[in-house]
Design a binder for this molecule. Structure first.
Ligand code: SF4
Length: 341
């Protein structure tokens, strides 16, 4: 357990300031994510070091397509979440209580493992990283000292203060899942989806790398009004060069509507391209070509990917070799990779 960094005492309550839920906790209350508690009028990270999974994974699986291509990251998770998505694939860790007597894994142990596995970086994934915020700060700071990059896969609902702390700790890659829009048919309780775009913009302004994931969930966020809102915010607030992953949903947990149709995914992709988004990918379908990077200027094929691995890479100094167009890629392409998973 560890005393949290971002909170304040307001009218006898402790307000957690890690995410925009801003839980206000009475004595002994635990926040929505089940990882932070008011203990003797101090906010404590009770889930510090309680890890649910650790494994070395390709960065493309997160997905990051414009960040350290072909690298691997030591991917880890805790328990808990600040959202409740009824289709969550990881509901067994996101919505469960913290296991009572689990061994705590200290940041140094994860960093040692990443170095031993020859991973290029670290990635917080599977459950929402906001739930284990203070653990992340310690881990990524230590990782930076060992030249490990820092990435998170998140719903992007942090406060602005938390984003700044993450970037200062060494996180420079954010895969952000935009869940919905103001007219999502059945909202995930009390989410202001605009704040997710606000945060993505703040990260970019601070020099971080962002890729946006739009999981198109049947009967939730797949109607025209929602598509237009999400694509519009993407182009207006983030610009044409932030990659967009339009992903197919499959029924999971308690959401049983049919998987997103391929036709709908391709319609959204075309709409995104017409609006001017340069790097649009369709994921969770495994169809050749839908995860390729094409030069937005001369249409040359630059990078192919299949099943989360890079199968073809043709960039020269991060530029199109035919027309010289600069392609936004953060980090190095790892040409030769020995896998340990
Ligand atoms: S991090 Fe957890 S406790 Fe803090 S505001 Fe978010 S949900 Fe609430």
């Amino acid at each position: 357990m560890k005393i949290a960094r971002l909170w304040s005492s307001i009218n006898g309550l402790i307000e957690c300031q890690i995410c925009e839920r801003r839980c206000k906790l009475k004595a002994n209350d635990v926040g929505i994510c089940k990882n932070y508690a008011n203990i003797s009028n101090v906010l404590v990270h009770i889930g510090y070091g309680v890890v649910s999974a650790v494994e070395s994974r390709p960065i493309e699986i997160k997905p990051f397509f414009h960040y350290w291509p072909n690298s691997t990251s030591l991917t880890f998770s805790g328990y808990g979440c600040n959202f409740y998505c009824p289709w969550c694939q990881n509901h067994h860790i996101s919505f469960s209580n913290l296991p009572i007597s689990s061994k705590r894994v200290m940041p140094g142990e994860l960093v040692d493992k990443a170095v031993k596995m020859r991973d290029e970086g670290l990635c917080a994934s599977f459950n929402e990283p906001a739930s284990i915020f203070d653990y992340l700060l310690d881990l990524f700071q230590l990782g930076k000292k060992h030249n490990l990059y820092g990435t998170i896969v998140t719903n992007g609902y942090f406060t602005s203060k938390a984003i700044l702390e993450l970037i200062e700790a060494g996180v420079d890659g954010f895969s952000i899942d935009i869940k919905g829009c103001p007219t999502s048919r059945r909202a995930i309780a009390s989410i202001d989806h605009f704040k997710v775009f606000r945060n993505a913009k703040e990260i970019i302004d601070l020099g971080g790398h962002v890729e946006v994931v739009y999981l198109v969930v049947t009967d939730f966020n797949d109607h025209d009004g929602c598509v237009d809102w999400i694509l519009g915010k993407h182009i207006d607030m983030l610009g044409p060069d932030v990659p967009l992953h339009i992903n197919r949903y499959y029924p999971a947990h308690v959401w049983k509507t049919p998987p997103t149709s391929l036709t709908r995914l391709l319609e959204i992709k075309q709409k995104a391209e017409r609006l001017g988004i340069n790097y649009v990918y369709v994921g969770n379908v495994d169809i050749e070509g839908l995860e390729d990077t094409i030069c937005p200027n001369c249409r040359k094929l630059l990078i192919s990917r299949r099943r989360y691995r890079v199968t073809y890479f043709k960039l020269e100094d991060k530029r199109c070799p035919r027309c010289g167009q600069k392609i936004p890629i953060k980090g190095r392409y790892i040409k030769e990779k020995t896998y340990f998973f």
